[in-house]
Write a protein of this length. Structure first.
Length: 221
């Protein structure tokens, strides 16, 4: 099944003084969606965006809001995130007491549901029923919530393995990759089967418009 790859700039690396301007600029430059990390200081050691911020920037762009919940027991906040404007809500397998029930709540709300895995989590947790119900499998290519990490090469094998399984049971499902994706490795992750590319520093370091255009071209080559 042929699928169009999407580029999702990560707001974690944006200049927060100019979010409205940068959101409009990334939309004009050809980004497909906006990746928004929500951290609780418990599941990961950092804190980040909350519901009010997401709600306030929702008016700045028509881009899809791809909200990544790096939060313990994410069901506590999901309804608020959906009301704030999330188009896709991704929760960590490791953070949910009942991941299928959590995902069903998201699907019943009428938005896309994703399940995320840390690099060390076995792919065996992705049962066939779970793969059939999600819209996105989100594979972390670094440990979540920590700065300055290097892309984990073994991630390429994990992407390929998940893509093979999805092609058998749910071909329309996307694989999202997240963690130090750069112009140097973006072709490899796309070739392995990724179709949503989260990029932070690679987008926001230097000229954002030029970086988005370059990343999109590399994804298409």
């Amino acid at each position: 099944m042929e699928r169009r790859c999407k580029l999702a700039p990560s707001l974690l690396e944006a200049d927060y003084r100019f979010l409205d301007e940068q959101l409009k600029e990334m939309e004009r430059a050809g980004a497909d969606c906006v990746h928004i990390d929500v951290m609780d200081g418990t599941f990961v050691p950092n804190l980040s965006f909350g519901m009010k911020m997401i709600q306030s920037i929702r008016r700045s762009t028509r881009l899809e809001f791809d909200v990544h919940m790096m939060v313990q027991e994410p069901h506590r906040f999901m309804e608020w995130m959906i009301k704030a404007g999330a188009d896709t809500l991704t929760v960590h397998y490791e953070a949910c007491k009942d991941v299928e029930k959590t995902l069903a709540f998201i699907k019943n709300a009428g938005i896309k549901a994703g399940v995320a895995l840390k690099p060390g989590t076995s792919l065996e947790v992705l049962s066939t029923p779970l793969l059939k119900m999600v819209d996105v499998v989100h594979l972390m290519t670094v440990e979540p919530g920590l700065e300055g990490q290097v892309f984990i090469p073994e991630s390429l094998n994990r992407i390929s393995e998940v893509r093979k399984r999805l092609d058998e049971v749910h071909p329309a499902c996307d694989i999202e990759v997240d963690g130090n994706i750069t112009p140097e490795n973006i072709k490899s992750v796309v070739a392995a089967g990724a179709s949503i590319i989260v990029a932070g520093k690679a987008v926001f370091t230097g000229n954002m418009v030029d970086n988005i255009c370059r990343m999109r071209q590399l994804m298409a080559d």
